[in-house]
Write a protein that binds this ligand. Structure first.
Ligand SMILES: Nc1ncnc2c1ncn2[C@@H]1O[C@H](COP(=O)(O)OP(=O)(O)OP(=O)(O)O)[C@@H](O)[C@H]1O
Ligand SMILES: [Mg+2]
Length: 247
């Protein structure tokens, strides 16, 4: 399974979705950040043709990969995909995370339109509704985007593909830890807190306890969101073979 996580907008959760939703649930998947490919480039973030060539070559050599495309590279990447015709087919699926702010919903619509334009079919283009606040319905928070997709069904916008606003992502940011592993953490922090001598140690342990509890709480939501994405080896829904009509 080869997945691109993409949106013209920054800060919509591309890295979070790649790292915490997708990679841990795709056996053997590697994470590639397009931003880092040219981090040393004095010109800033723009993706160059040569690097895109390298990315395409790399995609032919791996079975399972999640490519996190930094917002500053999206425009360039799409231009290159147009140039290298058919290269969008290297990805089984394009996942587009989005957040409720109107500007981000509009950017998301622009992203979906661009991807459809370069030939990505609706079956391989999926929205993840991110940072949904407690008590707010997805349908209401994302009414602009949903109205657009209802009118022009160029992408799959399944409201079950959603993630709530949760502090856990900020806590684990950059730490390279797996949320499932944190949820499995069976350390008896309360006992450790009881034994800790200094307040500082107690607070550090209390932080770990809180993180582990948040991880346990968010895991079912991540699993449900991933299941609703319906990702399979072909990128399409699992085909149920109908019984043959011929004898
Ligand atoms: N569901 C969520 N709940 C709370 N915070 C979140 C959630 N998803 C992402 N965040 C936070 O929002 C910020 C932006 O997320 P992230 O870095 O994943 O976005 P991005 O689209 O990759 O941004 P960029 O375009 O800069 O690469 C981060 O601080 C992250 O921890
Ligand atoms: Mg990012």
């Amino acid at each position: 399974m080869k997945i691109a996580v993409i949106n013209f907008s920054g800060n919509v959760g591309k890295t979070t979705v790649a790292r915490h939703l997708l990679v841990p649930r795709l056996p053997g998947a590697e994470l590639v950040c397009v931003e880092s490919i040219n981090a040393d480039d004095g010109q800033g973030q723009a993706l160059r043709g040569r690097q895109f060539g390298e990315l395409q070559e790399y995609l032919q050599t791996v079975e399972s990969v999640v490519v996190d495309i930094g917002a500053s590279n999206v425009e360039e990447l799409l231009a290159l995909m147009r140039k290298y015709r058919g290269s969008q087919e290297d990805f089984d699926c394009f996942i587009v995370p989005t957040v409720p702010a109107l500007k981000q919903q509009q950017d998301t619509i622009a992203t979906l339109v661009e991807l459809a334009h370069i030939g990505v079919p609706a079956s391989r283009l999926k929205v993840v509704f991110n940072m949904v606040e407690d008590g707010i319905e997805v349908g209401r928070a994302f009414d602009t985007l949903l109205a657009f997709v209802a009118e022009l069904p160029i992408a799959q916008a399944d409201m079950r593909c959603c993630l709530g606003d949760n502090e856990i992502y900020e806590r684990v940011k950059g730490a390279g830890v797996d949320i499932a592993a944190l949820a499995r953490d069976s350390t008896d922090y309360k006992a450790l807190i009881g034994k800790a001598r200094s307040t500082e140690d107690k607070l550090a342990l209390a932080q770990k306890l809180a993180t582990s509890r948040l991880a346990s709480g968010v895991l079912p939501e991540l699993d449900a969101c991933f299941a609703a994405l319906g990702l399979t080896a072909s990128g399409d829904a699992i085909a149920v073979s109908a019984p043959s009509a011929t004898a």
